[in-house]
Ligand binder design. Structure first.
Ligand code: PGA
Length: 260
């Protein structure tokens, strides 16, 4: 099941933080710290920073993307941003279905599915977030929640090579309560099995599944050592170059223990 060697990825999700100047300065400071040996590094920046951050990231290993988009290609939807506009601004990927969008903006699996299809059509890589809340976990509903989210958000999506799944238990986001590597591994393995059963084994083997929720330099290594954890989606700890680069350099023990 896990013989397949998948590459690792670390994605920073800045949420509603950083001006254009701060974004560009971050990219300029981070890029010289990344080498070929490191995981792929993606940054999901605010809409306003996509173009300047993409320009600053040109010829570096940093890939710039967005945190949301609308499902329509264009239209009278005041305040919304279309996938083709993201591409035009330089975005290579988009985070969809983040729990903050599901909770605060009432996004449903059905709506997220429309966005996923549109994003793939526009040539964007999709980082699809799924995850249970505390009550669901305590009531033993984690697997059924994940199953429903995957099934509904990826309905009619056959090509999974441009999809990254991000398992983000809601109880772990911004809470300093990281899932243990074992809890995360169990959920990742479950998702991969579900993909194998409902798509096929090869797609399941190739699918990158990343973990998100209170990732810090101190827990990055143990999480990334799990066989089904292929990457990390990092919120708060992605806002500082110093802290984020320690997560990227998770293999170097020298980086740990002198911060936070
Ligand atoms: P956190 O956020 O790392 O601050 O918990 C993760 C996320 O929301 O993607």
């Amino acid at each position: 099941m896990n013989e397949m060697k998948r590459s690792k990825i670390v994605i920073g999700n800045w949420k509603m933080y950083k001006t254009i100047e701060e974004s560009v300065a971050f990219v300029e400071e981070l890029s010289p710290l990344i080498s070929d040996q490191d995981p792929m590094v993606y940054l999901a920046v605010p809409f306003t920073s996509i173009k300047p951050a993409s320009e600053a990231a040109k010829d570096t290993q940093i890939v710039i993307g967005a945190q949301n988009m609308n499902d329509a290609s264009e239209g009278a939807f005041t305040g919304e941003v279309a996938g083709q506009m993201l591409v035009n601004a330089g975005a290579k990927f988009v985070i969809l279905g983040h729990s903050e969008r599901r909770i605060f903006f009432k996004e449903t699996n059905e709506f997220i599915n429309k966005k996923v299809k549109r994003a793939l059509e526009e040539g964007l890589r999709v980082v699809l977030c799924i995850g249970e809340n505390l009550t669901e976990r305590e009531e033993g509903k984690t697997h059924s929640v994940l199953e429903t989210q995957i099934k509904e958000c990826l309905a009619d999506v056959n090509q999974l090579e441009n999809v990254i799944l991000a398992y983000e238990p809601i109880w772990a986001i911004g809470s300093h309560q990281t899932a243990t590597p074992e809890i995360a591994q169990e959920a990742h393995f479950f998702c991969r099995e579900f993909i194998a059963q409902n798509w096929n084994q090869e797609q399941a083997n190739q699918l990158m599944i990343q973990y998100g929720g209170s990732v810090k330099p101190e827990n990055a290594k143990a999480l990334l050592e799990q066989p089904d954890i292929d990457g990390l989606l990092v919120g708060g700890a992605s806002l500082s170059v110093e802290v984020f680069s320690k997560i990227i350099h998770y293999q170097s023990d020298l980086n740990l223990g002198n911060h936070l």
